[in-house]
Design a protein around this ligand. Structure first.
Ligand code: RB5
Length: 168
């Protein structure tokens, strides 16, 4: 369900307007991240910018790890990650068991990753997506609730499986 007024939307027991969102990017995602930080403020959220802080080359896994650590510490229950494609940084984030990062290039993906997958991190590819679409994806991601029901059972199955036995 998409709630049109973000200030009235509820998510994880908080209204969007009181919601803290952690956000990070590598150098390729830096400019888009800055725009998304501004958008988060406009939406009334409380963005926590974990870097990177400029266009100097950095390694996207470091920023995925930084965001995962901040969420593990309880700084926020929602995150946004940006790299050139969104692929590397979402792979990095999804190594952490408390993260479900979904990559969106369109608003439908941003909505469905919340409704069906209970994604807690939105990943975007700055070199592949336009600014307006990225902003729309973020807004819809924040405004959409998890549907639960049959999707809860499936999301439960995304938790880490028991260690696979090694062949003798
Ligand atoms: C950096 O050049 C680029 O590889 C990175 O931003 C990302 O696209 C990786 O998946």
């Amino acid at each position: 369900m998409v709630v049109l007024d973000p200030r009235n939307a509820r998510y994880g027991g908080h209204t969007v307007s009181t919601r803290r969102v952690v956000i990070a990017s590598d150098h390729a995602g830096f400019e888009l991240k800055q725009a998304l930080v501004a958008q988060l403020r406009e939406l009334g959220c409380d963005p926590v910018d974990l870097g990177t802080d400029g266009s100097q080359s950095v390694d996207y896994p470091d920023f995925a790890d930084k965001l995962a650590a901040a969420m593990a510490q309880g700084q926020a229950d929602t995150g946004v990650l940006v790299c050139g494609t969104g692929i590397g940084i979402s792979i990095g984030a999804n190594r952490h068991s408390h993260i479900r990062a979904g990559l969106a290039h369109d608003v439908t993906s941003a909505r469905l990753m919340r409704e069906h997958n209970d994604a807690n991190v939105l990943a975007l590819g700055a070199r592949l997506i336009g600014l307006a679409t990225a902003c729309d994806c973020l807004k819809v991601f924040l405004e959409t609730s998890f549907e639960g029901g049959r999707h809860q059972r499936r999301v439960d199955k995304l938790s880490p499986p028991p260690a696979t036995p090694r062949p003798a």
